[in-house]
Ligand binder design. Structure first.
Ligand code: 0CM
Ligand code: SF4
Length: 309
């Protein structure tokens, strides 16, 4: 048996930055540091930060006034920013710059009095944050069916944006349906799916071609991790999402020749390493790395938390 590792996999630049913001804030100001929503959607990462003094909350009314709060990588609505200010909180913003880019686009579109259709998953914090860049004038669609049902005010004045972590293939189909129904709709060149999502989906497609089992390391609330499992499964390959090595089942390996392993953008490499070690121990498999694109992306920390300060 061979274990084939997808490349790239695991942490993206936005996740590295978001975790570093919490760690640096803890170092600089001491515990507790409040974090609005899981800073990234990974249980191991959040448990580790919690042990260091981070306190995760869902709403700002759980944060004592005068405290420091960090917004998660997924971004927040304008109302949340205003609320934080009104409560006198010190804010560090761990919103991924690629999510902020979409917020800025929405702002520009709304300033031109265009209505905006967002393609995304209902209830996801990134969708709530992006939809919350405007009071009204926005619509959410998830599927082609939603596009067919959509009622807008001015179909000649429409734009669209997307969640950053969608399935590239699913988004293409929904965008095509929007363009067919609203021929004048404007949008980004292709979509707003980020480089990390795109690259990890490309890698898992290549991986699935070579494997009869794919294991994706990531938490169940991580949108991009879930999409990786779906993409592999859509290639007809038995695929599982695991939060860690404890969830790997011996029975999955029976009769398999090549086992593919990858990880979502919020899953640390230590979890991948533990899964590999476990499969090796169970089966005596060899480990092979797939080649893939190099990612040389990094995002600076907020000035107050950067090393020079
Ligand atoms: O958006 P998603 O649920 O995939 O979030 P995540 O925390 O798993 O991954 C990183 C991000 C963002 C935005
Ligand atoms: Fe940013 Fe993409 Fe990573 Fe989300 S998955 S934090 S949008 S780089």
């Amino acid at each position: 048996m061979e274990i084939i590792l997808a490349n790239p996999r695991g942490f993206c630049a936005g996740v590295e930055r978001a975790i570093a913001i919490v760690e640096r804030a803890l170092e600089k100001f001491g515990a507790p540091i409040y974090v609005r929503h899981e800073v990234v959607h990974n249980k191991f990462v959040c448990d580790d930060l919690r042990a260091k003094g981070a306190v995760f909350v869902e709403e700002l009314d759980e944060v004592p006034s005068g405290s420091t709060v960090i917004f998660s990588a997924h971004g927040v609505s304008k109302a949340v920013r205003t609320d934080a200010e009104a409560r006198g909180l010190k804010v560090f913003d761990a919103t991924c710059p690629l999510v902020t880019k979409v917020h800025v686009e929405v702002g520009k579109m709304r300033n031109q009095t265009r209505e905006v259709v967002m393609i995304g998953h209902k209830g996801h914090p990134e969708v709530e944050g992006t939809m919350g860049q405007s009071q009204g004038g926005m619509y959410l669609v998830e599927t082609v069916e939603d596009v067919h049902q959509l009622v807008v005010k001015e179909s000649d004045q429409l734009s669209f944006v997307t969640q950053t972590t969608l399935s590239v293939d699913d988004a293409t189909v929904v965008i095509a349906a929007l363009q067919e129904r609203f021929p004048k709709i404007q949008g980004p060149k292709k979509d707003d799916i980020c480089y990390a999502t795109q690259n990890r989906q490309d890698a898992v497609k290549a991986l699935a071609e070579m494997c009869d089992l794919v294991i994706v390391v990531g938490s169940p609330n991580s949108s991009n991790s879930r999409r990786l499992r779906e993409v592999a499964a859509s290639r007809g390959v038995e695929s599982y999402l695991v939060d860690g090595v404890d969830e790997v089942q011996f029975g999955w390996l029976t009769g398999k020749v090549n086992v593919g392993v990858t990880a979502g953008a919020s899953a640390p490499e230590i979890l991948v390493k533990n899964v590999i070690e476990c499969i090796k121990a169970m089966s005596g498999a060899e480990v092979v790395q797939m080649t893939g694109v190099d990612e040389n992306v990094s995002f600076p920390l907020p000035r107050e938390l950067s090393a020079a300060q």
